[in-house]
Ligand binder design. Structure first.
Ligand SMILES: Cc1ncc(COP(=O)(O)O)c(C=O)c1O
Length: 318
């Protein structure tokens, strides 16, 4: 995977890739005081389109607010325009989009009010996160020995950079052990989420997913719940125990990077038929359709990237 592009947008300007540098004493680099998003832009018959663009940008603004940055100078519409500009400047038809707000200049203390927020947006061409084979065969997971975030220690509704040290340790441990990804239990010992995905369990035709209190409210999770409803499946938010995973008919995970992927094995126990189950398959197909403009919900969920010369008009009252 290459994270190359021609330009990165920083503080209102498109900067050549090599020049998008920050100083060693940037507070966010030391304390994780940043908030980011992961968004995807897909190729459709009507050109590139950003999936659930405003929902992602709203979550970014929520993360900034939760972190406690009070004077963030960009509105949602300004960020949206900047994302469009970055995609067009790099001439991508489909790409991953990474906005980051971070504590930029200021003394290297812990008081956020002494720092100034900065923002940047990078885009790159990113295929499947868990691998092409994962989309067809499913992935192997293990329960992490690391506990997921306590909701009163690290804010679980926010994609705060520092939160991800927890994910990084769990993911690294899982891959070193030979698994594709880790499932993380919440501080009470119930299934929370993966290091970068939400999780669903299917049993007797009903889809279960952990309640929102201690997890990231995934945009893909929300989309899959709606698509499952369209296909006639009941989705129940309920606590899930470790052994409920082992006896599930199907397990799948959702995330912007991973998309919709089956879990074929947990802790060396095969799940269901040991491959992708039928409900997961239908949902995965519905998801692929919706992001490419081929589902009844596509119009509501896709934000088509305007031509470069009309981007200035974005966000103006029609
Ligand atoms: C910890 C965690 N859970 C869940 C998700 C899935 O969220 P989304 O579907 O909005 O990408 C992500 C990815 O952003 C994540 O980092």
């Amino acid at each position: 995977m290459s994270i190359r592009s021609d330009f990165i947008w920083m503080q209102g300007e498109l900067i050549p890739f090599e020049e998008a540098q920050i100083h060693f004493l940037t507070p966010a680099l030391h304390y994780g005081t940043g908030a980011f998003e992961g968004i995807r832009c897909y190729a459709t018959n009507q050109g590139p389109a950003v999936f659930r663009h405003r929902e992602h940008l709203q979550r970014l603004l929520n993360s900034v607010h939760i972190l406690g940055i009070t004077a963030f100078p960009y509105s949602l519409e300004e960020l949206r325009k900047a994302v469009f500009l970055t995609i067009r400047a790099n001439k991508f038809e489909q790409c991953y989009i990474r906005p980051l707000v971070y504590a930029g200049s200021g003394p290297l203390g812990l008081d956020l009010d002494q720092t100034e927020p900065r923002v940047g947006i990078a885009v790159w061409e990113w295929g499947t996160y868990l691998g092409r084979e994962a989309l067809e065969r499913g992935v192997r997971m293990t329960i992490s020995s690391f506990t997921r975030l306590h909701p009163n220690a690290q804010m679980t509704k926010a994609k705060i950079s520092g939160n991800y040290a927890n994910s990084v340790m769990a993911k690294t441990q899982a891959t070193r052990l030979g698994f594709d990804e880790a499932i993380m239990l919440d501080p009470e010992g119930y299934v929370g989420e993966c290091t970068g995905e939400n999780l669903f369990v299917v049993r007797d035709g009903v889809i279960y997913t952990p309640p929102r209190a201690s997890i990231l409210e995934g945009v893909t999770r929300d989309a899959l719940i709606a698509l499952a409803g369209d296909l006639g499946y009941a989705v129940v938010e309920a606590r899930i125990s470790r052994d409920q995973l082992y006896v599930a008919d199907e397990i799948f995970v959702s995330g912007t990077a991973a998309e919709c992927v089956a879990v074929r094995e947990v802790d060396f126990r095969s799940i269901g038929n040991g491959g992708m189950g039928p409900i997961t398959r239908r949902l995965q197909q519905a998801f692929v359709d919706v992001v490419h403009g081929l589902n009844g919900r596509s119009d509501a969920w896709l934000d088509y990237v305007p031509a470069m010369e009309t981007i200035e008009l974005v966000g103006q009252v029609q």
